[in-house]
Design a protein around this ligand. Structure first.
Ligand SMILES: [Zn+2]
Length: 412
């Protein structure tokens, strides 16, 4: 039986969202948390974007060191040969890529304005896939942008060409969140049956259905005989109304009525990390988690009205579908209510040593402490807010990697 895998795109769709962004250290932490959770793949950034190159290379190094393992790190580029060449020049060790091109007539006409035909799109994609293999790619996904507004016969033709050129997966992008669970089921199933490749479901929330369409699309792919790769983002942060929320997707796959009897995750997802990753992303993006967010919202396990409170006290299952402990909630949190020392871009050694000492981190000597402090200052220049404990610990543990992450060469 084919399975469902999670491919998180927070570090690509999430960070390209208007008004939002993450520092390179925050992006790295997201990759680490995704790995801890058991997410199969992280679309970790843009290999053709200059300011990403040190971050991407540093994360590939973390993978080599076993820190980011077993998660697969994959970069997003356009499906054109020029992007493939730039990607391998900028990030020579990149191994996994998704190549994206618009397939709907709306976009072919609306974006390329007559410069490209449907045939050109397939040719561009095929040449880009060939080039990526030639440069040493180990896995390639091909993305059909605006697939939900693409003529199905053409989409199948596009997918078959991708398969002929050795692509490993076809990403069905519901770029505008246009699908509903009924339409995406039919399309994903038809693609799985006729193209014969695993199908990625990339769904958006413009009509409030990103998780529902992801689930239904995954069912279609599996019923059509292929693995499904659901694209998620942490807290659903993504273009416009966002993407399928990571935690809500896991909950929907594993806990919705009867679904998991037949449609299962391909590898274990540790939901107990949900609270931590959601909170970190909220802090890093500076976007509060909605009070009614599934699983991780402040009200997800709150009860007040008489009948509900009485019912849940007698037996939580009366009014809760799953337990808060499963999501890593319920631990008391320490909050300073008095004097507070934080580490920032203008910190000195004394305050910094105090902060690190509270986490039981000690340094071999003054030189090491100063070195780590300097990196913490730089990290703050990028993030403009106090670093969380895991960021400080990361810098203390991997100072050389941190140095690479924090190095930007705009004139280089
Ligand atoms: Zn998207």
């Amino acid at each position: 039986m084919p399975k469902i895998y999670l491919l998180d795109v927070t570090n690509r769709d999430g960070v390209q969202t208007a008004k939002l962004g993450l520092s390179k250290l925050e992006k790295t932490l997201v990759n680490i948390y995704l790995n801890d959770m058991g997410v199969f793949q992280s679309e970790f950034g843009f290999p053709t974007t200059k300011h990403e190159s040190n971050y991407l290379q540093a994360n590939l190094e973390l993978a080599e060191m076993g820190v980011l393992k077993p998660i697969r790190l994959e970069g997003w580029i356009r499906a054109i040969v020029a992007d493939v060449e730039t990607a391998f020049k900028t990030v020579p060790k990149i191994k996994h890529l998704n190549l994206s091109i618009s397939t709907s007539d709306q976009m072919i006409q609306g974006k390329f304005q007559g410069r490209k035909t449907r045939e050109d799109i397939i040719d561009n994609m095929a040449e880009a896939v060939d080039a990526a293999w030639a440069h040493g790619a180990e896995s390639i996904g091909v993305n059909a942008e605006d697939a939900s507004r693409t003529d199905l016969d053409y989409l199948i033709k596009f997918g078959l060409a991708a398969r002929e050129h050795g692509a490993n997966r076809l990403r069905y992008c519901d770029t505008l969140g246009y699908d509903n669970p009924f339409t995406i089921y039919e399309t994903a199933r038809a693609l799985a049956e006729n193209v014969g490749l695993p199908i990625e479901l990339h769904c958006h929330g413009d009509l409030g259905m990103a998780v529902a369409t992801s689930l239904s699309g995954a069912k279609g792919a599996i019923d059509g005989g292929q693995d499904a790769y659901i694209n998620t983002t942490v807290n659903g942060i993504g273009e416009r109304a966002g993407n399928a929320d990571l935690v809500a997707t896991v909950l929907a796959v594993t806990k919705s009525k009867g679904f998991a009897d037949k449609y299962q995750l391909g590898n274990h997802i540790d939901l107990s990390k949900a609270w931590k990753i959601a909170r970190f992303a909220s802090y890093a993006f500076d976007v509060p988690i909605p009070i009614n967010q599934p699983g991780v919202g402040a009200n997800a396990f709150a009860h007040e009205s008489g009948i509900h409170a009485d019912g849940v006290l007698k037996d939580p299952e009366n009014y809760e579908l799953y337990g808060y402990e499963e999501l890593g909630r319920g631990e008391p949190e320490m909050v300073d209510t008095g004097r507070e020392i934080s580490a920032g871009e203008y910190s000195g050694i004394s305050g910094f040593s105090h902060v690190m000492g509270k986490m039981s981190v000690t340094f071999s000597g003054k030189e090491e402490a100063n070195q780590v402090l300097e990196l913490v200052r730089y990290a703050n220049v990028e993030s403009h807010k106090p670093l969380v404990e895991d960021e400080l610990l990361f810098i203390a543990r991997y100072p050389e990697i941190a140095r690479k992450l924090l190095t930007l060469n705009p004139l280089g």
